[in-house]
Design a protein around this ligand. Structure first.
Ligand SMILES: *[C@@H]1O[C@H](CO)[C@@H](O)[C@H](O)[C@H]1NC(C)=O
Ligand SMILES: *[C@@H]1O[C@H](CO)[C@@H](O)[C@H](O)[C@H]1NC(C)=O
Ligand SMILES: *[C@@H]1O[C@H](CO)[C@@H](O)[C@H](O)[C@H]1NC(C)=O
Ligand SMILES: *[C@@H]1O[C@H](CO)[C@@H](O)[C@H](O)[C@H]1NC(C)=O
Ligand SMILES: *[C@@H]1O[C@H](CO)[C@@H](O)[C@H](O)[C@H]1NC(C)=O
Ligand SMILES: *[C@@H]1O[C@H](CO)[C@@H](O)[C@H](O)[C@H]1NC(C)=O
Ligand SMILES: *[C@@H]1O[C@H](CO)[C@@H](O)[C@H](O)[C@H]1NC(C)=O
Ligand SMILES: *[C@@H]1O[C@H](CO)[C@@H](O)[C@H](O)[C@H]1NC(C)=O
Ligand SMILES: *[C@@H]1O[C@H](CO)[C@@H](O)[C@H](O)[C@H]1NC(C)=O
Ligand SMILES: *[C@@H]1O[C@H](CO)[C@@H](O)[C@H](O)[C@H]1NC(C)=O
Ligand SMILES: *[C@@H]1O[C@H](CO)[C@@H](O)[C@H](O)[C@H]1NC(C)=O
Ligand SMILES: *[C@@H]1O[C@H](CO)[C@@H](O)[C@H](O)[C@H]1NC(C)=O
Length: 851
């Protein structure tokens, strides 16, 4: 053997000297180097890019990310993952000249919505291709199926469903790639069934959130090399597990079928999956007690059974001796919370999520034995008692969610220094904010709202320099707002609403602050709106309502380009709102100035500049929330007052467009220009001194749900055109000087007397005064064009439709990113966390590098 080898080596070096490798130290072929350099110049890079090392005077085979074949000098591997490439990836890219490429990794770059070029098929030697998280979009060309040597193909999208397959192309792909070992497609719109035939070499099949439908062929479970199967987040995909022993049972280590239509339950055959380490069957409509075959999975380490209807005592889970991640969130588990059973405690547990169950009792003190615990979520149960101080001594604890329980007593002092997210909101905790909390050097999220916490907010809180969310709302905190809060450079959310804070707001919001949400509403704050708010360039929500602020309208807020919600209601604001051509407020969606002392004419130019209200967002079909940062566990809830009802909206949809100027001393006419704000849902101008006519232009408000012009001095007739407002559910025109016939038809047939009372001149249904014979639609003498109003009441919206949207729509079939951003304590958060970790850290790394 050795002899043969030696001879071969000698022969090889001889050949080298004679021909190919005249200089082994300089492998690089000119055309290859040229192609690489051309490729480099097709994109912008940043100062950290590995491509900076690509330098003509160095052998291209030793450039970062480049590997050549030692014999031929051809470039065979190109690893450009996270290289900071930016720009369009054109189909004529010189990359395609590197025809000997075997491995190509372009993941984690920014090709700004480029199409995947059909020319990839020219790289016919490719065995590994990674196009993930690089902002590719559009159709995935059928030509990819020609890469028949592929072992690994990976296309994970950042944005849901942007890259997509044409019908049948996915089938073609699987049919033709007979060598495939790993297929990773995430948030790609496949929108197809899973074909019957695929490579028998498959070890990893990951088709997460890909719009698959139909029935999963049973043969998938019989792939005898299969190690990892992830079909999660495909609610239309029906899965029935084989009832006989699976051929993959010896190899399968990871099985993820959450949010998939699992039918037929968990059969006995599951008991053979003894290699299984990770099992995720969250949201699979499982009910009853834990399926028996699961108890055979003695090697299980990570188990996710959340969002089912499972029940029983949690102590059973101690049987899984190797468990380190366990999520039972959102099920029907009940009984006492226990961390000790079968004479052992979960010392190795790192992640535990029991939130949204029916657990009772206190947190057992032996929680202190869980020395490896990093995340503990017990939110939304019926737990009570005091929070044991030992929880705050767990040496590795990073995330703690105890919100929405019945915990009482003081918050214990914190000893661990690892905490990153803490939510204790919605309990009955009392006493001061513990001082030791302020020593947490890594704390990013602190949510203590809806408790009975008292005392002052110490200015040492500003020592928490990593804090992004500070939610102390709805407690009994008193004293003044610490001046330094405006200087916390990473703070995004500052919610101090509904406490007893007093004094003037002297806080100086420093230049470059990151604040998106400021809520000081429901306190006893006095004085003026601090001018330094002008430095909060990202501010989307400013709620100063229900205080005693005494100021004129802070016109200068118009310089805040992102302001979407402005609430100044129930204060002592006064004076006219000057008409000025320079209003911007282009993004305002909710403006509530009600119950103040504003006077003068309604400012026409203000309405003119509400650009965001001129769009009917319903058409876009997507649900977006204003300033909700659910990934930060913060919901921007908003209390909306309606007739006799105060409703708290759990999140504010960008389509909630509201103008409330009621209960002031506004006078003059209602400007017809309001008719241009076609996105308006609620218009409340009641209880002012408005006069003139109701502008007929209001009939353009096709999504208007509530119109309240009551208690003004509005005269003339009700424009007949308003009958076309088919979304209108609440109308209040009472206590004005309206005359003539009430319009008939559609919504107008549903309003009752109360909508019109106190207008002596009104006739027609539902009022008893007849409107004259069978004329039907009354004469069109209604004034059109100009507009006015008088006094008013309050407006109502049917929020049901809005609220309904929260329950269902969100979860099913939406992308993981979208779930991340739009649901609170999002279902499968933990799992998503892990899966998105790569994408997000990639993004953050790049982000960090750039700054
Ligand atoms: C290429 O490398 C040489 C030697 O290391 C260096 O002097 C030169 O500045 C580099 N050129 C570029 C464009 O980076
Ligand atoms: C590639 O195509 C783009 C437009 O599609 C063009 O702007 C560019 O000049 C072309 N580059 C080369 C090298 O042909
Ligand atoms: C399938 O792969 C073969 C090469 O193995 C290729 O010739 C053929 O064109 C491919 N078919 C499609 C539809 O891509
Ligand atoms: C996915 O693609 C199909 C057509 O292939 C299309 O009908 C569907 O709307 C797309 N789904 C999404 C969520 O984009
Ligand atoms: C789930 O599977 C059942 C059959 O077991 C089927 O009746 C039902 O329509 C499927 N649901 C979806 C959303 O595909
Ligand atoms: C399981 O594997 C055996 C042996 O390789 C094979 O004969 C059998 O057909 C496979 N079963 C299925 C359902 O694929
Ligand atoms: C599961 O465990 C039970 C009892 O421990 C045993 O009787 C059964 O055979 C096991 N099932 C499988 C498929 O191994
Ligand atoms: C969930 O399972 C129950 C029976 O346990 C069944 O009645 C129901 O239709 C299932 N729901 C869905 C959405 O499949
Ligand atoms: C906790 O709740 C249980 C009922 O679930 C009750 O019996 C017990 O007294 C409560 N303990 C405290 C401290 O409130
Ligand atoms: C807060 O920071 C200041 C200055 O960095 C320091 O002097 C002070 O001791 C810190 N306070 C607490 C409670 O950590
Ligand atoms: C705010 O500043 C004014 C004037 O400097 C001062 O009188 C007042 O006490 C300060 N209020 C707070 C809360 O610090
Ligand atoms: C507002 O403040 C001014 C002085 O700045 C005072 O004259 C006026 O009475 C205050 N208004 C109210 C309603 O408190």
């Amino acid at each position: 053997m050795g002899y043969v080898k030696l001879v071969f080596l000698m022969l090889f070096s001889l050949l080298c000297q004679l021909a190919f490798c005249s200089s082994l130290s300089h492998l690089c072929l000119k055309d290859q180097a040229l192609a690489l350099l051309q490729f480099k110049h097709e994109f912008a890079t940043d100062d950290y890019s590995t491509l900076l090392s690509w330098n003509r005077s160095i052998d291209c085979c030793s450039w970062d990310g480049v590997h050549c074949d030692k014999m031929t000098g051809q470039v065979t591997e190109l690893n450009l993952a996270e290289c900071g490439l930016q720009g369009k990836f054109h189909s004529n890219s010189s990359l395609f000249k590197l025809s000997n490429l075997k491995r190509l990794d372009l993941s984690g770059n920014y090709f700004s919505g480029s199409l995947i070029s059909p020319k990839f098929d020219e790289l016919s030697s490719l065995t590994h291709l990674d196009l993930s998280s690089s902002s590719f979009t559009g159709l995935i060309p059928a030509e990819i199926s020609r890469l028949s040597k592929l072992h690994v193909l990976s296309i994970k999208s950042y944005y849901p469903y942007e890259p997509r397959f044409e019908p049948h192309n996915f089938e073609l792909l699987l049919k033709n790639l007979t060598q495939l070992r790993e297929l990773h497609l995430i948030s790609v719109n496949i929108s197809s069934t899973i074909p019957l035939k695929f490579s028998s070499y498959l070890t990893t099949l990951q088709l997460l959130n890909t719009q698959l439908y139909g029935i999963l062929p049973e043969s998938v479970f019989h792939l005898s090399n299969l190690e990892s199967l992830d079909l999660s987040d495909n609610p239309q995909l029906t899965v029935r597990f084989p009832t006989t022993k699976w051929n993959s049972s010896a190899s399968l280590m990871e099985l993820d079928l959450s949010i998939v239509n699992v039918t037929g339950g968990i059969p006995e055959s599951f008991g053979h999956l003894t290699s299984l380490r990770t099992l995720d069957i969250a949201s699979c409509n499982l009910s009853g007690s834990i399926p028996k075959p699961l108890w055979n999975l003695t090697n299980i380490e990570k188990l996710f059974l959340g969002d089912n209807h499972l029940e029983g005592p949690i102590s059973d889970f101690f049987r899984f001796g190797k468990l380190n991640w366990l999520s039972l969130r959102n099920n029907n588990f009940n009984g006492q919370l226990e961390f000790l059973s079968f004479n052992r405690i979960w010392t190795q547990l790192e992640f535990l999520d029991f939130s949204s169950n029916f657990l009772t009792g206190p947190i057992p003190s032996n929680v202190s034995g869980m020395q490896n615990l990093q995340s503990l979520f017990l939110s939304s149960n019926h737990l009570n008692g005091t929070i044991p101080s030992s929880i705050f001594s767990l040496p590795l604890l990073e995330q703690l969610g105890l919100s929405d329980n019945h915990f009482s007593g003081n918050i214990p002092e914190f000893k661990a220094k690892t905490l990153h997210r803490v939510s204790l909101k919605q309990n009955q905790l009392q006493g001061p904010i513990p001082k030791s909390l302020l020593n947490q050097q890594r704390l990013g999220f602190l949510l203590l709202s809806q408790n009975n916490l008292s005392g002052q907010i110490a200015s040492t809180i500003c020592n928490l320099t990593t804090l992004a969310v500070l939610d102390l709302g709805s407690n009994n905190l008193e004293g003044t707002i610490p001046l330094c809060l405006g200087e916390m450079s990473r703070l995004w959310v500052l919610d101090l609403s509904n406490n007893s804070l007093s004094g003037t707001i002297n806080t100086t919001f420093s230049i470059g602050n990151q604040l998106v949400v400021i809520k000081f509403d429901g306190n006893k704050l006095e004085g003026k709106v601090p001018q330094s708010l002008i430095n909060s360039k990202y501010l989307a929500v400013l709620d100063l309502g229900n205080n005693q602020l005494n100021d004129t309208f802070p016109i200068w807020l118009r310089a805040l380009p992102n302001l979407k919600i402005l609430r100044l209601r129930s204060n002592k604001f006064f004076g006219p709102i000057k008409d000025s051509l320079t209003y911007k407020f282009a993004r305002i969606r909710i403006i509530d100035l009600s119950s103040n002392g504003f006077s003068g004419d309604l400012p026409v130019s203000l309405f003119e500049n509400f650009e965001a209200m001129k769009i009917n967002g319903e058409k876009s079909g997507t649900r977006e929330y204003v300033a909700d940062m659910h990934e930060l566990y913060y919901t921007n809830s908003l209390v909306v007052t309606t007739k006799g009802l105060e409703l708290e909206l759990p999140g504010v949809l960008t389509t909630n467009i509201i103008i409330n100027l009621s209960n002031n001393r506004f006078e003059g006419h209602i400007p017809g220009i309001i008719g241009d704000l076609i996105g308006l849902r609620t218009l409340n101008l009641s209880h002012n001194r408005l006069e003139g006519h109701i502008p007929a232009a209001l009939h353009q408000l096709s999504v208007l749900e509530s119109l309240d012009l009551s208690s003004n001095k509005i005269s003339g007739e009700i424009p007949q055109q308003l009958a076309s407002l088919t979304s209108l559910e609440v109308l209040n025109l009472s206590h004005n000087h309206l005359v003539g016939c009430i319009p008939k038809g559609k919504q107008f047939d549903t309003f009752e007397n109360s909508s019109y009372q106190g207008n002596d001149g009104l006739r027609g249904l539902p009022l008893s005064k007849d409107c004259g014979g069978d004329e039907g639609v009354p004469k069109a003498t209604t004034p059109v064009g100009v507009d006015e109003g008088e006094e008013g009441d309050s407006a109502i919206i049917s929020w049901q439709a809005v609220l309904m949207g929260y329950g269902c729509g969100l979860v099913i079939g939406l992308s993981i990113i979208y779930i991340m951003l739009s649901t609170q304590y999002p279902a499968w958060f933990s799992r998503m966390d892990v899966k998105l970790e790569h994408i997000i850290t990639t993004r953050m790394k790049r982000h960090k590098k750039r700054h």
